[in-house]
Design a binder for this molecule. Structure first.
Ligand code: SAM
Length: 311
């Protein structure tokens, strides 16, 4: 395993300037490829996120970019914590109240206790979870740490969300999830790492088609709607470091749910989604979040009681 925290943390007075950020075509190419060996000289979203969450699995390049973003928007660590807490609230809600027994979590991130399978298997140990991420460091840690209760199942796929057909056809996924039953698909803070050219809407639509009726889709997505200036700063810094980071509007995120039924309270800022305690400023974290259920479709030619449109 790769030892954590290879170099000393940077202090506040060492906050880097834009000119110090890793940049250039080479860095961007290495980052965008994302499938080769671990490159610790290029900042990566999983490790930047880990740094903001107080983790130790990050490197100088990651911390440089993380601190530069934090210098522009000091509340960022609070926002990513809010996103992580939302993912856990969604997991517990779906496991406890919605009858969901299996999860597909794409863009898992570096393991952070509690992880999704721990939150779910705490409720019922037989729950099944398939994790997908394309970062080599996530892979290393996931193999060691994302271990299931023996009564459940926990599988990790080293795959790229952009290769969605390959993910959905994989035997690892087929061996973990029972597609005769609903699945909760979790896309927490990952779609912003796909460019518009990657067509994230089409990728999510493919997942919606694949999921059995009664499945749920949970999305959290950074947005510029709540503070355009702050989000423009984040985009500036990430672009300068060669990363892709695309905030999306409420309308764009809403469209990703297609015709699925959005659960209460609808598409809302992350702090306002079924909070454990009412937040003072529900719009203080710049993520849209929502959870929706795939409606059951009547079989062709069969009546759908009490609907009589199908003879
Ligand atoms: C910001 S972290 C979010 C982690 C976790 N979902 C959460 O909300 O706490 C984004 C994760 O998505 C992964 N990721 C980025 N692009 C991806 C892609 N194209 N396919 C699969 N995973 C990806 C990164 O490696 C990282 O672990």
């Amino acid at each position: 395993m790769i030892p954590a925290q290879h170099d000393a943390p940077i202090s506040a007075d060492e906050t880097p300037q834009r000119s110090e950020l890793p940049s250039g075509a080479a860095a961007a190419a290495q980052y965008r490829d994302g499938r080769g060996d671990l490159n610790v000289d290029v900042a990566h979203s999983a490790r930047i996120y880990d740094y903001w969450l107080g983790g130790k699995d990050n490197f100088a390049a990651d911390r440089t970019v993380a601190e530069a973003i934090k210098a522009a928007v000091p509340e960022v660590p609070m926002m990513v914590r809010a996103n992580r807490d939302w993912m856990l609230r969604v997991t517990r809600h779906l496991a406890r109240d919605a009858g969901i027994r299996q999860f597909l979590d794409i863009g898992t991130g570096i393991p952070t206790t509690p992880n999704l399978h721990q939150a779910a298997q705490h409720i019922a140990p037989h729950f099944r979870v398939a994790y997908v991420d394309n970062d080599p460091l996530v892979l290393t840690h996931a193999r060691a740490l994302l271990t299931s209760d023996p009564r459940g199942l926990c599988e990790y796929l080293d795959a790229d969300l952009r290769d969605i057909d390959q993910i959905l056809a994989s035997s690892a996924l087929g061996g973990t999830l029972d597609l005769s039953q609903p699945v909760a698909v979790i896309l927490a803070s990952v779609l912003m790492l796909l460019s518009d050219a990657d067509n994230p809407s089409a990728i999510v639509a493919r997942l919606r088609d694949w999921a059995p009726a009664g499945s749920y889709l949970a999305i959290s997505h950074p947005t510029a709607d709540l503070d355009p200036e702050a989000m423009a700063s984040v985009v500036d810094v990430t672009e300068a470091s060669g990363m892709t980071f695309v905030p999306r509007s409420r309308a764009q995120v809403t469209e990703m749910f297609g015709d699925w039924d959005l659960s209460e309270p609808g598409l809302v800022p992350v702090l306002a989604w079924r909070p454990d305690a009412q937040p003072d400023h529900p719009e203080a974290a710049y993520y849209w979040t929502g959870v929706a259920r795939k409606p059951a479709r009547p079989a062709a030619g069969r009546p759908c009681p009490p609907c009589t449109r199908f003879p």
